[in-house]
Design a protein around this ligand. Structure first.
Ligand code: ADP
Length: 599
């Protein structure tokens, strides 16, 4: 199959989070399966043009109001990729839209005022790129709100009677990486898209009289998915749906979750270039060396016997930092004060949180943090820690818990999103499990579960060693996820009444376990429009008001409110079927917990 990834991020060129890792890793895995995969991203200011090949002639992209946007197109091959079947990467170089510092915003303007136009143009330019290189994809795979308008163009401008027809056999997929970010802007921006105003309503843009880019993509893509099966279920509930749960329930038949993989070349303790000594499940000496190096790096006593809880995180509300570091409220202070452990953090983000963390480091002798971004230190933390803490409010997939597991570092996580799909809670009776989980997001749950993990460290070392082994032998490689994406692509053709193109070199196995509901007949009833962007009547453009792309913060689910610690419930408010007793453990204070602090 010919697959075009339309994304605002891809490593190694542009990254703000897991999206960038996923787009490149999935593309490489699909290419390894024999598919012709290409990626298109914007050429941001800090992407060095001199390392790319310039394609001849400028590219024109027709937008609304008769505007023709001119851009250059650069190309290169994905590094470290199979030279026989490389993933080609194209860069749309539009100086006014992308020749600035920042992907979506900067320190002063956190959400660029013209983001709606920047990424609507980018989505349209993806089609022009195909025309320019005379390569037409079977599958257009868009990612998150910045590319969500591409499936809308496919459905309402390119795959309609009267259109030029190059994309009439193309199907579209939209992957949600984080439903909390939707690209909501003033509707005056819509004229620029060059789609008729009927598409504003039929195409799903309309959102309380604003323009919602992600919502339009969710209405218009042939199939939609998110990055873990459990997050797919959660997003169809009011608690986690960020107001789009109704849309997702409406598209239920076309919606599924496919777990992200991890890059096992980069995140692998037996190959890791960033750690002082590699190690494996058969020889764990390197982990002890990493622990010592980590303690030294952070200026902590080099004691091999004290457990380390590590964290690598964006310091944002999504990651539960309020419950951990909120002044006078968060539990990090009491965890470090009461328990015999060391706590280490690498992260950056919200100013108040960075400040609070700096304050804690000066008041606690066993808490150390580095504010910033460092690939090297993040590897060292994964390798050298005993536990890895992720008290996420919500987590579409989460990568760090998977890294932790394969590095023999036990995750302490909240039961949400992809964390549920990847971590199994510790069972004291059997010794089973791969980590420690809690249901409610509140400071005492985090405190109690950290205490439980530390208690197990001191009192159940055999269980801890078994859990490490279990985690280290888990398969989180991209290969199996890529196969599931191919199955999803094939299901899209079926849903459109088209035959999936043949010629790919393998037979995709069944992924019925990841599809929440078997695809049934297309139920979206929208009127196709015939006009092309050029035919739009010009309208005066107004400057969009400054508006964050993030959706209004979700209301705390009733089940998320602190209740009695002894009776936790699932995020949906019901007792968890699969783990009847374990959640009790997760929130119940451990009497045997070693709380005697040495320093
Ligand atoms: P999200 O995409 O929501 O931030 P994920 O767990 O899916 O969360 O992915 C985050 C990625 O970014 C991981 O690879 C993580 O190690 C990395 N990361 C986050 N903060 C930092 C940091 N300060 N330094 C190095 N890597 C970081």
């Amino acid at each position: 199959m010919k697959i075009l990834m339309v994304s605002s991020e891809a490593v190694p060129w542009a990254k703000t989070g897991g999206l960038a890792d996923m787009v490149s890793a999935l593309s490489i895995s699909l290419a390894n399966l024999g598919h012709d995969v290409r990626i298109v991203i914007p050429r941001y200011y800090n992407i060095d043009r001199s390392k790319l090949d310039l394609l001849p002639e400028a590219m024109g992209t027709p937008m609304g109001g008769g505007v023709q946007e001119w851009s250059a197109v650069y190309a290169t091959d994905m590094p470290c990729n199979d030279k026989k079947n490389p993933v080609k990467v194209y860069f749309i170089d539009h100086e006014i839209f992308f020749g600035r510092d920042g992907i979506y915003g900067n320190a002063i303007e956190t959400d660029f005022i013209d983001n709606s136009r920047r990424f609507t143009f980018f989505s349209r330019a993806a089609f022009q790129l195909c025309r320019k290189i005379k390569w037409y994809p079977d599958v257009l795979h868009a990612h998150d709100w910045p590319a969500a308008v591409a499936p809308v163009y496919l459905k309402f401008a390119e795959r309609v009677p009267g259109a030029r027809g190059e994309f009439k056999k193309t199907v579209s997929i939209l992957t949600i990486h984080n439903l909390g970010y939707q690209g909501i802007y003033h509707k005056d921006n819509f004229d620029y898209a060059g789609l008729g105003w009927d598409v504003f309503y039929n195409g799903g843009f309309e959102d309380w009289s604003m323009l919602n880019m992600l919502k339009a993509g969710l209405y218009s893509a042939d199939k939609i998915n998110t990055v873990s099966p459990n997050y797919a279920k959660e997003t169809m509930t009011q608690a986690h749906g960020f107001r789009l749960d109704g849309v997702l329930r409406y598209r239920n038949a076309d919606y599924c979750g496919i777990l992200n993989g991890i890059d096992t070349e980069v995140w692998n303790p037996s190959k890791d270039k960033y750690i002082p000594q590699t190690y494996s499940v058969k020889d764990m000496e390197g982990k002890a060396v990493a622990k010592k190096t980590l303690q030294k790096e952070f200026g902590l006593p080099q004691n091999p016997d004290v457990p380390i809880i590590g964290m690598v995180t964006r310091l944002t509300d999504q990651k539960g930092v309020g419950e951990l570091f909120g002044p006078t409220y968060g539990s990090a202070w009491s965890i470090c004060r009461d328990m015999d452990l060391q706590m280490i953090l690498l992260g950056s983000g919200e100013y108040w949180c960075e400040n609070e963390i700096s304050g804690l480091t000066s008041r606690l002798s066993n808490f150390r943090a580095k504010i910033g971004y460092s690939e090297k230190i993040s590897h060292l933390i994964e390798a050298g820690s005993d536990f890895f803490l992720m008290p996420s409010r919500y987590e579409p997939c989460g990568l760090n818990q998977m890294y932790s597991l394969v590095y023999g570092t036990l995750p302490i996580v909240r039961s949400t999103g992809g964390l549920v799909d990847t971590v199994q809670n510790y069972d004291e009776k059997t010794g089973d499990g791969t980590g420690f989980m809690f249901e409610q997001l509140n400071p005492s749950s985090i405190y109690n579960t950290a205490g439980w993990a530390v208690w197990a460290y001191y009192n159940r070392p055999k269980d801890i060693a078994q859990m490490q082994k279990r985690g280290m032998t888990k398969d989180f490689s991209w290969e199996s996820s890529a196969v599931k994406y191919v199955e999803l692509y094939e299901a899209s053709f079926k849903a459109q009444g088209m035959k999936a193109p043949t010629g790919n070199k393998y037979d995709a196995p069944d992924i019925s376990d990841t599809v929440l509901q078997k695809p049934k007949k297309e139920t979206v009833k929208v009127e196709p429009v015939k006009e092309t962007p050029k035919e739009e009547s010009p309208k005066k453009e107004k400057a969009a008001p400054k508006k964050t792309s993030a959706a209004p913060k979700e209301k705390k689910a009733a089940a998320d409110k602190p209740k009695t610690a002894a009776k936790p419930k699932t995020a949906a408010g019901k007792p968890k079927k699969s783990e009847p007793d374990k959640s009790k453990k997760a929130s119940a204070p451990k009497p045997k917990k070693p709380v005697a602090k040495k320093n």
